[in-house]
Ligand binder design. Structure first.
Ligand code: NAD
Length: 305
């Protein structure tokens, strides 16, 4: 079950339990791959530097891979690693038959070009779906490794709404990681897609037209309740850390999304909470992409996940 009804307010889209179910199915398929083909799907996780948030993300990803019965190869590198040395590691991982997926945690230090590094990853091992070839395929042909966060949002939308054909979908944010691939996926589902960004005029008016609203801006609680069309489905991708305003713990922080949840929940038809919905789906979709990549690399079809 992926929705909890809260009386008169919006359904809460429970991405956490959806992700748990997906991870269980991935684990079962990974076990089958091992039993029938002797293959343990492997993901290399490359982290350059000691950014604490990135360290947490990387740890969680490696742990989830291990829990699904796949193998994580952690490759931490010092912050001063040169672009040439990072490219050499990517080349080594591209050639390693035990590594089916390669993830280079972003952001990279300023002296390294993320574009150059991502483009050096073998597209069949590009489990983040950020390589130019996979980006192009996503828009033009489909059937590729899809970026994890938008893929997770799409699964939740299909679960809540079923057929998305003809719906007005608004994506706020145009990053290569979330906004743009999200728009491509919604278009492929026959939505009428609008992309908004920091230069969009009268965003509240644009938002009020949307049957589906995806917020991916990194601006805490930017989307207000009165921007939302009554009954709309709201997917909040944002993860923002803001002061908790606690008298007892003045430095305490709390996580909020890009949507003012308490306002939006009174207007929307369904909404994802932050934290605990899109985040868990992102990790589950990384496991899914690793399994898909491993299956393809030995000539198998799409696993049943
Ligand atoms: P980004 O900074 O690369 O892009 C933000 C986008 O928002 C830009 O395209 C910009 O034009 C737009 N924007 C900024 N201010 C705006 C405004 N006032 N009005 C309209 N548009 C505005 O960010 P990103 O990497 O796409 O991430 C967006 C958010 O999603 C962040 O909070 C990030 O932490 C979160 N995120 C969450 C997950 C997850 O797994 N839940 C994954 C990736 C990103």
């Amino acid at each position: 079950m992926t929705e909890i009804n809260r009386g008169a307010s919006a359904k809460i889209i429970d991405g956490k339990s959806f992700a748990a179910g997906l991870r269980a199915r991935i684990g079962a398929e990974a076990a089958k791959l091992k039993a029938e083909h002797g293959l343990v799907a492997g993901l290399a996780v490359v982290l350059v530097g000691e950014d604490p948030a990135s360290q947490v993300y990387v740890r969680n990803k490696s742990k989830a891979i291990a829990e699904a019965g796949m193998q994580a190869f952690d490759r931490p590198l010092p912050a001063q690693t040169s672009e040439a040395d990072l490219l050499a590691l990517v080349g080594e991982l591209n050639a390693d038959p035990n590594v089916h997926g390669i993830l280079v945690q972003l952001p990279l230090p300023e002296h390294i070009s993320a574009h150059v590094v991502i483009d050096a990853i073998d597209p069949v091992k590009d489990v983040d779906g950020f390589h130019f070839i996979n980006t192009g395929k996503l828009w033009a042909a489909g059937g590729t490794l899809v970026p994890c966060t938008p893929q997770g949002c799409m699964m939740l939308l299909r679960d809540v709404l079923g057929d998305l054909k003809g719906k007005e979908a608004l994506v706020i944010g145009r990053s290569n990681i979330v906004g743009k691939p999200m728009a491509a996926l919604l278009l492929a589902e026959n939505c009428t897609v609008t992309m908004a960004h920091s230069r969009t005029n009268d965003l509240p008016a644009v938002a009020r037209r949307a049957d589906i609203l995806i917020a991916a801006t990194g601006r805490p609680e930017m989307v207000r309740g009165d921007w939302i069309k009554p009954g709309a489905t709201v997917i909040d991708v944002g993860i923002n850390r803001i002061p908790a305003l606690s008298d007892h713990h003045p430095r305490k922080m709390r996580l909020v999304g890009d949507v003012a949840f308490e306002e939006a929940v009174k207007v929307a038809g369904a909404i994802t909470p932050v934290p605990g919905s899109v985040g868990p789906m992102t990790i589950a979709c990384l496991l899914r992409n690793t399994l898909i990549a491993a299956c393809r690399q030995i000539g198998l079809g799409h696993p049943a996940v």
